[in-house]
Design a protein around this ligand. Structure first.
Ligand code: SF4
Length: 882
C-alpha cells in the first residue's frame, strides 16, 4: 500500500510503469505514477494517466456463457473439459490449442503452459507476443544461447549514443522516451539516431534521422559491421575470448558492396557515412529496437545484424552499451519466461533439449512432454482453418483483428468445432465467435506479476473486487486441468503458490547454467507476495536482490559459453508492382491494441478518433486524394476504408495505417485484413510492416458528422467510425449513394424531440440539431464534401448550456462564438489543450516546449505530447525562416 492507495503496474506497454491507484472523492479511482518504481519514477504517459477511465463495468462479461446464454462456471468448465478431453482422446493432443496473450499475468501464463505442454502433451500453445517480439527472442537465442535482454533502462541514460531502429519510442514506449529525452536535455552531448521509414515523433529528438527503405535495416547493419571492421573498431581480444563465428559474419558483411548501400537502404551515401562514423567513434552505444525490426520476414536476421555490431566492438554487458529490445506488451517478457511460446519450455528452457525436457517433466511430474515445437501463431490459425484443431482456447486477445490475413482468421475460428474465449468483454470481434465465453478478471481486479522490457518483475495488485462471476485465468485453467484428471498438479491456493513453484523450477539444476533464475522466491508465501517489490531477474536463491547487467563477464549461454556472431546475408525483398504502395502498420499514441480498454476513455479518444491512412502528399496527388477524403486500401487479402491524412512525415511510396480499429469502432478499419500471412522463417513472426497495397480515393456521395449523447447501436451509413467523447459519442459517416431522405436519416440518428435544422441548397450542406431541455441531445452535419468542422469545439457542445437562442444557432452555424473559442485538435490529452491554443502561445512568445507548457499546461502532466509540441514549434520556426 502507498498511503490509502494500492501500488500496481500499468497494463499497457512493455515499459512496465508502476502506478498507484487511490480512491477518489467521487467514488471512482485516481491513478498516478509510482515515484518509487524504478521503471518510471513517478512518470506516466497519457494511457497510464487515463487508466481510471477504463475500469467501469459498462459492457463487461460477468458470467460464463454457452452458446450465447448465461451459464454458471460448473457447467461451462465441465463442457470445456469434456470437449477438450474428447478431442484429445479422438484425435490426439495436437488436435487442441491455446492462443494466449502478453496481457496475461505470469502466473496465468505458467499454468496455461504447464497444462498444455506438461499434461495435455502438446506444444500447441502460442501467444500474441509472437506478433510483437518473437524475432528478438530468436535473435537472442541464436547469439546468446538464451533469450536474454542484457541491459537496463538506465543504459539508455548512460549511453553517449542511442540508436533507435524501427522504434517509435515517443508513442509506443512514452515513458522510456521521456527518460531518454530528459537524459539528453541534461547531457546535450548525447547523440540520438533514429532509423525509420517514417519521420515519427521520435525522430524529432534525433541528431540524425535515417529515413530508411522498409526492411533496409539488415543491409544497413551489415554495412556497419564491415565499416567497424575496416575502421579498426574491433575489440579483438574480447572477440577472440568470447565470440564464435565472427569471421563468417564479417565475410558476409564485407560481401555487401559499399556503393550498393544507398540503393538498398534508400539513404544517401553521406547520411550512411555520418551514421557509421558516429557509431565507430562512440564506445558507449545502445541500440534500441522494436516492432519495426521484429515484424519482418527478415526480423531475426535484423536482430542478429544489430547484435553482431555490439559483439564485434565488445559493446555489451557494460554500462551504457548493448543491444536492447523493447517489448510491446506489459507481460511479453513473462510469457517468454514461462514458456508461452510454442517453441520454448518454462523458465527459459529449450523444448528441443532432452536434458531440459527431462528436468521439467520430473519437476512437474508430468506424464509426457512434447519433443517438437508446437504451432506458431500464424500456422496455428492456418491449422484451425484446415480443420486440424478441434478445440481452441483463446485468452485475453483478439486475433480476429490482430493477426495477419484477419478475415481468414475469422473464418477459421468460425469454422472451428469448439472455441473457448476468456475475456472481460462479450462483444469483441473474437468473443462474438466463441462457443463458450469465460469471464476473466480485468486490470485492477487481478493479482500476480509481470515482467517489463528490462527484466524487472513487478506486482500487479487488485484494488477492485472481482465483479460478477469473473475469475482469474489461472483458476479457470486449473479447474479444467482437474476435470481432465490432473487435479494434484494444479491444486494452487493462489498466485503466490504458482509463483513459488515457477521460481523453484527456475532454480532447479541451474547453478548459473541458465539465465532465468528467480529461485530466491521459491518459498514465497502470501504475505511476501503481497509485499514483493519490483526486482530485476536473475535473483538466485541465497543471493541478495540487485540490479544486473548480463554478459559483463563475457560468458554466454551456449555450450562453449561464447556468443555467436551470425553470418547474416542480404534478404530477398522481392519487387513490388509500381502501382502498389508499401503498407506499414503500427500504434498511435493514445490507443492500445484493439481499443477494448482505451476506446472506453473519452480523453484518449480525443487525440485520433478515426482510423486513417498516413499518405505522402505526392502519392495522394497522383491518386487525386485530398486531405480528409476517404480512401480505400486493398490487397490480395482484403480491403479497408479509412480517412486520408496527408503528411510529408510519411515516406513517398509507403502508407501507414494504425492497427487499433476493430468492428466495434469502425465499419472497415481492420488493417490486418490487408496483411498477408508472411512470416520470418526463424521466428515465425508475421511481417506486418511491408505489405503491397493499392490505394485509391473512395468516392462518397454524402459525408456526415454526428455528435450523440447516447451510443448508437446501428448505422445506416456505408462508412462509420465511432469514438467516445466527454458526455457522449462522435461519429464520422459517409454514404456511397445519396440517401433518399436526409430528414429521416437525421430522425433515426438523433431521435424525436425539439429540433432545429438548416439547409443550403447551393452547397448541399444540411445540419440538424436536437435538444433535450437546456442541453444538446445530438447534432448531425451532412455535406457532399468531407464535413469541415472543429470536432473538438463540437464535442464541447455536449457539456454546454443551450438555453439561449444564439447558443442553439451557433450549433447550426458550426463555428465557435466569441464566448467559446475553438481550441483546435487535441494535442495534450491530459489537459485537453488543442493545437490552436499552442499556436496562440507561440504567437505570444513561447518559444520552447517548457514555455508553451507554462503558458498552456500542454505537456506538463504525462509529457507524451511533448514530441508533437516540439514538432509544431519546429514547423513554425521553419515557416518563419522561409
Ligand atoms: Fe503504461 Fe505509458 Fe508506462 Fe507504457 S509508458 S507502461 S503505457 S504508463
Amino acid at each position: 500500500m502507498a498511503g490509502d492507495g494500492v501500488r500496481t503496474t500499468c497494463p499497457y506497454c512493455g515499459v512496465g510503469c508502476g502506478v498507484i491507484a487511490t480512491p477518489a472523492s467521487d467514488g471512482g479511482w485516481r491513478v498516478t505514477g509510482d515515484p518509487e518504481h524504478p521503471a518510471n519514477f513517478g512518470r506516466l504517459c497519457s494511457k497510464g494517466t487515463a487508466l481510471a477511465e477504463t475500469i467501469d463495468l459498462d459492457g463487461r462479461l460477468l458470467s460464463p456463457r454457452i452458446g450465447g446464454r448465461d451459464a454458471d462456471w460448473e457447467e461451462a468448465l465441465d463442457l470445456v473439459a469434456a470437449r477438450f478431453g474428447a478431442a484429445i482422446a479422438q484425435h490426439g493432443p495436437d488436435s487442441v490449442a491455446f492462443y494466449v496473450s502478453g496481457q496475461l499475468l505470469t502466473e496465468d501464463y505458467y499454468v496455461a503452459n504447464k497444462l498444455m505442454k506438461g499434461f495435455i502433451g502438446s506444444a500447441n500453445i502460442d501467444t500474441n507476443s509472437r506478433l510483437c517480439m518473437a524475432s528478438s527472442v530468436a535473435g537472442h537465442r541464436r547469439a546468446f544461447g538464451a533469450d536474454t535482454v542484457p541491459g537496463s533502462y538506465a543504459d539508455l541514460e548512460l549511453a553517449d549514443l542511442v540508436i533507435l531502429v524501427g522504434s517509435n519510442l515517443a508513442w509506443c514506449h512514452p515513458v522510456l522516451y521521456q527518460r531518454l529525452a530528459a537524459a539528453k536535455a541534461a547531457r546535450p552531448t548525447m547523440r540520438i539516431v533514429v532509423i525509420d521509414p517514417r519521420r515519427t515523433m521520435t525522430a524529432d529528438l534525433a541528431d540524425l534521422f535515417l529515413p530508411i527503405l522498409p526492411d533496409g535495416d539488415v543491409v544497413l547493419f551489415l554495412g556497419l559491421l564491415a565499416h567497424l571492421d575496416a575502421a579498426g573498431r574491433v575489440d579483438r581480444d574480447w572477440c577472440a575470448a568470447h565470440v564464435g563465428g565472427m569471421q563468417d559474419a564479417l565475410a558476409a558483411a564485407h560481401a555487401v558492396i559499399a556503393h550498393e548501400l544507398p540503393v538498398l537502404t534508400g539513404l544517401s551515401a553521406d547520411l550512411i557515412e555520418r551514421f557509421y562514423a558516429l557509431v565507430a567513434a562512440t564506445d558507449k552505444t545502445v541500440t534500441v529496437y522494436s516492432q519495426g525490426v521484429n515484424q519482418s520476414a527478415s526480423g531475426t536476421d535484423k536482430v542478429n545484424a544489430i547484435i553482431n555490431c555490439h559483439l564485434l566492438t565488445g559493446r555489451i554487458g557494460r554500462p551504457g552499451m548493448g543491444p536492447f529490445s523493447v517489448t510491446g506488451q506489459p507481460n511479453a517478457m513473462g510469457g517468454r519466461e514461462t514458456g508461452g511460446l510454442a517453441n520454448m519450455l518454462a523458465a527459459h528452457m529449450n523444448l528441443e533439449d532432452e536434458g531440459h525436457r527431462a528436468l521439467v517433466r520430473k519437476f512437474w511430474r508430468a506424464p509426457a512432454l512434447p519433443t517438437q515445437p508446437g504451432l506458431k501463431a500464424v500456422d496455428l490459425f492456418r491449422a484451425v482453418g484446415e480443420g486440424r484443431i478441434k478445440a481452441l482456447w483463446i485468452m485475453a486477445t483478439n486475433p480476429v483483428d490482430s493477426l495477419p490475413d484477419a478475415d481468414a482468421v475469422r473464418d477459421a475460428i468460425r469454422a472451428c468445432p469448439f472455441v473457448v474465449v476468456s475475456d472481460i468483454l462479450p462483444d469483441t470481434d473474437t468473443t462474438k465467435l466463441a462457443h463458450v465465453l469465460l469471464p476473466a478478471l480485468g486490470w485492477g481486479e487481478k493479482d500476480g506479476t509481470v515482467t517489463n522490457s528490462e527484466r524487472r518483475i513487478s506486482r500487479q495488485r487488485a484494488f477492485l473486487p472481482a465483479p460478477g462471476q469473473a475469475r482469474p485465468d489461472w483458476w479457470a485453467l486449473a479447474e479444467v486441468a482437474k476435470r481432465l484428471g490432473h487435479g494434484d498438479a494444479f491444486a494452487y491456493d493462489g498466485p503466490a503458490d504458482i509463483l513459488a513453484e515457477f521460481a523453484a523450477l527456475s532454480g532447479r539444476g541451474n547453478d548459473g547454467a541458465r539465465d532465468f533464475d528467480i529461485s530466491a522466491l521459491a518459498g514465497i508465501d502470501g504475505a511476501d507476495f503481497d509485499a514483493l517489490q519490483p526486482f530485476q531477474w536473475p535473483w538466485p536463491e541465497g543471493t541478495e536482490r540487485r540490479e544486473t547487467r548480463f554478459f559483463a563477464d563475457g560468458r554466454f549461454y551456449t555450450p562453449d559459453r561464447k556468443a555467436r556472431a551470425v553470418a547474416v546475408t542480404l534478404p530477398d525483398l522481392g519487387a513490388f508492382a509500381t502501382d502498389r504502395l508499401i503498407l506499414n502498420t503500427g500504434r498511435v499514441r493514445d490507443h492500445w491494441h484493439t481499443m477494448t480498454r482505451t476506446g472506453r476513455s473519452a480523453t484518449l479518444s480525443a487525440h485520433l478518433a478515426e482510423p486513417f491512412a498516413e499518405i505522402h502528399p505526392e502519392d495522394a496527388l497522383a491518386r487525386g486524394i485530398a486531405p480528409a477524403d476517404l480512401v480505400e486500401l486493398s490487397s490480395a487479402q482484403g480491403r479497408i476504408v479509412v480517412r486520408a491524412l496527408l503528411s510529408s512525415r510519411q515516406r513517398c511510396g509507403s502508407v501507414f495505417v494504425p492497427m487499433h480499429w476493430s468492428e466495434a469502432y469502425a465499419s472497415a478499419g481492420r488493417v490486418d485484413v490487408l496483411v498477408p500471412p508472411l512470416t520470418d522463417p526463424v521466428s515465425g513472426q508475421p511481417a506486418s510492416k511491408r505489405s503491397a497495397v493499392e490505394l485509391r480515393r473512395h468516392p462518397a456521395a454524402l459525408y456526415g458528422f454526428a455528435l450523440l449523447r447516447r451510443k448508437p447501436t446501428t448505422f445506416s451509413a456505408d462508412y462509420w467510425a465511432l469514438a467516445r467523447t466527454h458526455g457522449g459519442w462522435r461519429v464520422e459517416l459517409a454514404w456511397d449513394r445519396m440517401p433518399d431522405s436526409p430528414d429521416l436519416l437525421a430522425q433515426a440518428l438523433l431521435g424525436e424531440g425539439e429540433s432545429l435544422s438548416y439547409r443550403d441548397a447551393a452547397s448541399g450542406q444540411m445540419r440538424f440539431a436536437r435538444f433535450d431541455g437546456a442541453a444538446l441531445a445530438g447534432l448531425l452535419y451532412l455535406s457532399p464534401q468531407p464535413v469541415e468542422l472543429s470536432r473538438v469545439w463540437a464535442a464541447g457542445l455536449l457539456r454546454a448550456e443551450m438555453d439561449m437562442p444564439q447558443a442553439r444557432l451557433a450549433v447550426l452555424a458550426g463555428r465557435a462564438d466569441a464566448g467559446r473559442p475553438d481550441d483546435g485538435p487535441v494535442l495534450c490529452a491530459c489537459n485537453a489543450v488543442g493545437a490552436n491554443v499552442i499556436h496562440a502561445a507561440i504567437d505570444a512568445g513561447a518559444m520552447d516546449v517548457d514555455a508553451i507548457g507554462a503558458a498552456t499546461r500542454a505537456g506538463t502532466t504525462c509529457g507524451s505530447c511533448r514530441a508533437e509540441i516540439r514538432g509544431l514549434l519546429h514547423g513554425r520556426k521553419l515557416q518563419a525562416a522561409e
